[in-house]
Design a protein around this ligand. Structure first.
Ligand SMILES: *Cc1c(COP(=O)(O)O)cnc(C)c1O
Length: 426
C-alpha cells in the first residue's frame, strides 16, 4: 500500500514549489485544525503562523463559521449568479458596503484575489470607454508589486522572479517606484492613464515592505486631480490585517475600485469581491443594444457557501470585538520581532498590525543579502517547522502573520521558535 506521501509525490504538482525538492522530502499532510493549530496525519501539531497563507482570521473550526457553512449546506450549496440571485450574496454585499471605505457602494463577486484584480482592471478600462475616453488605457503599477497570478494581475505585478517568464503574454504597464514618479507620469501621460494600482500601506509578496505614511493619501489626491482611477488591492490587507478593517481607512482613502479576497471568508472558502463606486457602476448602464454590459463572470460567482462563511466571518468581528482585541497582540508581535534585531544576520524588521517580518542579510552592516540560492529563508522555516511552527519565507524574509485568535502563549512560542531558528543560520 502506498502511503499518502507516496501518492502526493506521484500525482500532485504544488503551487510555487520546486517539485524536485518537494519530492525529496516528507510532506506535512494536514488532517485537521483548531484555532491557531494545524494537526497532521501523524498527530503532530503546528502553530499556523502564516494563517494558511494569509487567509485565516478567527482560527480553524470556529463554531460560528463552521455552523454557517453547515446551515447553508442544508439549504443549497450553489446556484448560478447569472440571471439569478441568492440570499447570502445579497446580505453579504450589504454588509461589505457598510464596512468598506465610504463611497464604495457596489459589489462584484469572483473567486480569488487574482480574479478580483482582473475584474478591477477590466472595469477601469471599460469605464473610460464608456466615458468616451478610450485612450485612457494604460495602467500605472509599482515596482515589486504583487496582484495575483492570472495574466492581467501578473501584468500589473512587478516581481521578476515570478513574472518574467510570462512577459510575452503580458500587457504593457507604466512601472513606477515612488510617488514623485507617479505624479510625473500622470502629468506627462495626462489622458492616457486608466488607473493606478497599489497594495495599500504594505507590499506583501515584495517582503512586507511598508509604504511611507501618507503615500496612499497623496496618491489618492493625485489620481483625483489628474483624473486617473485608483485601484486598491486589499486582498492581503483587508479584514483587519493592518489593524483596521481596511488599510485604506488609515489614510482616509476611498479607492475607485477595491479588491478583497483572502480574509473575506475568514480563510474557509474561496470567495472574492471587487467593490466600486456608483459613478463607475452607472457608466455601464445603457440600452441593451449599446452593449455597455460588463462581460465578465465565473461559474461560481456569488457562491452561497462562500457568502455564508463570509457573513459569519464578519459577524465574528462584531461579536468578539476582534479589532479591539487584536491591538495587544499586534504590540506583542512588534515587541517580539523588535527583539530579534540583536541576532546576527537580522538586518531589518517590518511590522504593521498582525503582519511581521524580519529580513536576513549575509552582511548586515553592508546590507548585503544572502544569495537566493543559499535558501536562507527556506532553511529558517524548516527549522521552525521542526519546532512546531509553520510559515513560508519570501526570499530572505521570514513572515509572521498569525491568525487573530492566536493566544498570547502561542504567539510567545512562535516568537521564541523564530528566535531559535534564526540563530541556526551560520
Ligand atoms: C494573495 C494576493 C493576491 C492574489 O490572491 P489569490 O487569491 O492568491 O489569487 C493578490 N493581491 C495580493 C496583495 C495578495 O496578497
Amino acid at each position: 500500500m502506498d502511503s499518502l506521501a507516496d501518492k502526493d509525490h506521484r500525482y500532485l504538482w504544488h503551487p510555487f514549489t520546486q517539485m524536485r525538492d518537494w519530492m525529496s522530502e516528507e510532506p506535512v499532510i494536514i488532517e485537521s485544525g483548531q484555532g491557531a493549530i494545524l494537526r497532521d496525519v501523524n498527530g503532530r501539531e503546528y502553530i499556523d503562523a502564516n494563517s494558511s497563507i494569509w487567509t485565516n482570521l478567527h482560527g480553524h473550526q470556529h463554531p460560528k463559521i463552521t455552523q454557517a457553512i453547515k446551515g447553508q449546506l442544508d439549504r443549497i450549496a450553489h446556484s448560478s449568479f447569472l440571471g439569478l440571485s441568492n440570499e447570502p450574496a445579497i446580505q453579504l454585499a450589504e454588509k461589505l458596503v457598510a464596512i468598506a471605505p465610504r463611497g464604495l457602494t457596489r459589489v462584484f463577486y469572483s473567486d480569488d484575489g487574482s480574479t478580483a484584480m482582473e475584474v478591477a482592471i477590466k472595469m477601469a478600462l471599460q469605464y473610460w470607454q464608456h466615458r468616451k475616453q478610450p485612450q485612457r488605457a494604460k495602467f500605472v503599477a509599482f515596482a515589486d508589486a504583487y496582484h495575483g497570478d492570472t495574466l492581467g494581475a501578473v501584468s500589473v505585478g512587478g516581481i521578476d522572479l515570478f513574472h518574467s517568464a510570462f512577459r510575452p503574454l503580458l500587457f504593457d504597464v507604466i512601472r513606477v517606484n515612488e510617488i514623485a514618479h507617479v505624479a510625473q507620469i500622470l502629468r506627462e501621460h495626462r489622458d492616457a492613464v486608466a488607473a493606478v494600482v497599489i497594495e495599500p500601506l504594505v507590499q506583501g509578496t515584495a517582503g512586507m515592505r511598508l509604504w511611507k505614511r501618507g503615500l496612499l493619501g497623496e496618491l489618492r489626491r493625485l489620481c483625483t486631480e489628474l483624473g486617473a482611477l485608483l485601484i486598491a488591492d486589499e486582498v492581503m490587507t483587508g479584514f483587519g490585517r493592518t489593524g483596521t478593517m481596511f488599510a485604506c481607512e488609515q489614510e482616509g482613502v476611498t479607492p475607485d475600485l477595491m479588491a478583497v479576497a483572502k480574509g473575506l471568508t475568514g480563510g474557509y472558502l474561496p470567495l472574492a469581491a471587487t467593490l466600486t463606486t456608483e459613478e463607475i457602476f452607472h457608466a455601464f448602464l445603457g440600452d441593451y443594444g449599446e452593449f455597455k454590459t460588463f462581460f465578465h463572470g465565473h461559474s461560481y460567482t456569488g457562491n452561497q457557501l462562500g457568502c455564508a462563511a463570509a457573513l459569519a466571518n464578519l459577524q465574528v468581528f462584531e461579536e468578539e470585538h476582534t479589532l479591539k482585541a487584536l491591538q495587544p497582540k499586534c504590540d506583542q508581535l512588534r515587541a517580539g520581532l523588535e527583539a530579534m534585531r540583536q541576532f546576527p544576520h537580522v538586518g531589518d524588521m517590518r511590522h504593521i498590525g498582525m503582519i511581521g517580518a524580519i529580513e536576513l542579510f549575509q552582511d548586515v552592516a553592508a546590507k548585503e543579502p544572502f544569495p537566493l540560492t543559499d535558501r536562507m529563508g527556506i532553511k529558517v522555516c524548516t527549522e521552525m517547522r521542526q519546532r512546531g511552527v509553520l510559515t513560508r519565507p519570501i526570499g530572505n524574509t521570514i513572515v509572521l502573520m498569525p491568525p487573530y485568535c492566536i493566544r498570547d502563549e502561542q504567539l510567545e512560542r512562535v516568537l521564541s521558535v523564530l528566535a531559535e531558528s534564526v540563530q541556526t543560520v551560520p
